[in-house]
Design a protein around this ligand. Structure first.
Ligand code: CTP
Ligand code: MG
Length: 238
């Protein structure tokens, strides 16, 4: 099974509240430094450590292509990691990367570049499940009760036992994911994860493997405090 990984990293990080680009590259959240390395690089290292992964494709904003390429050369990762220009939405960024995969790819794992605390065991588990079934994502059970609202009025309570919070990686057989993106393009449908696009094909049931609440998507300033704590714990565990 040849596995390729797509890391969308072309976002603006607006909720982090520091979207301006800087020459040092530490401005947008995917490039903020943790222990001296950009978050994106921490995430890349997690997948480089996974023997099943053959190729990693990172989608970036155009202005970041050159300096990130240079950083990867310095890290000795230029052969394993290739770069493509992202788009205006996460979905468009992933779609662009999908067109730049090695032709012999069997499985594609899509993972948010801003989830650097994914662990190797979970990566391997979700790849294994997708290898068997065709489609699998990482998720966790919610601890809060989730309500549906209109304005500030509650219109329903979702039974918690039947809910999963979707994380990444989300792993699919390449032809299935290509078809899902094609259909979404035709229908003008946009979603915030790949599974949504595969689900609406109604061809295959997507499996969930349970992950960890450490696999946070670094989104807002307070997430950086958590990130520093998790990083320290990771280091202590090694
Ligand atoms: N992403 C992308 N291309 C976009 C938008 C998002 O590649 N046009 C990437 C982000 O860089 C991030 C991942 O998708 O790695 C998850 O998106 P999110 O957490 O929403 O990041 P941003 O869109 O950058 O943040 P915000 O929504 O706060 O602006
Ligand atoms: Mg976003």
């Amino acid at each position: 099974m040849k596995v390729a990984v797509i890391l969308p990293a072309a976002g603006l990080g607006t909720r982090m509240g520091r979207p301006a680009a800087e020459k040092t590259g530490t401005s947008r959240k995917q490039f903020m430094l943790l222990d001296g390395s950009p978050i994106l690089l921490h995430t890349i290292r997690k997948f480089v450590a996974c023997p099943a992964v053959e190729q990693i494709v990172v989608a970036l904003r155009r202005e970041d292509l050159d300096w990130v390429a240079e950083m990867l050369r310095r890290e000795g990762l230029a052969g394993t990691v290739s770069l493509v220009e992202g788009g205006d939405t996460r979905q468009q960024s992933v779609d662009n990367a999908l067109h730049n995969l090695p032709p012999d790819t069997d499985l594609v794992a899509v993972h948010d570049a801003v989830r650097p605390f994914i662990d190797l065991a979970t990566i391997e588990k979700v790849i294994q499940e997708a290898a068997e079934t065709g489609a699998a994502i990482v998720g966790i059970v919610p601890v809060d009760t989730v309500k549906q609202v209109r304005r500030n009025k509650i219109h329903g309570t979702l039974p918690r036992e039947r809910l999963i919070l979707a994380q990444t990686p989300q792993v699919f057989r390449l032809p299935l994911l290509r078809q899902a993106f094609e259909r979404a393009r035709e229908d003008g449908f946009t979603a915030t994860d790949e599974s949504s696009l595969v689900e609406r094909l109604e061809q295959i049931e997507v499996s969930v493997v349970l992950g960890s609440d450490r696999n946070i998507k670094i989104t807002k300033p307070s997430d950086m405090d958590l990130a520093r704590l998790f990083l320290e714990e990771e280091r202590a565990a090694r």
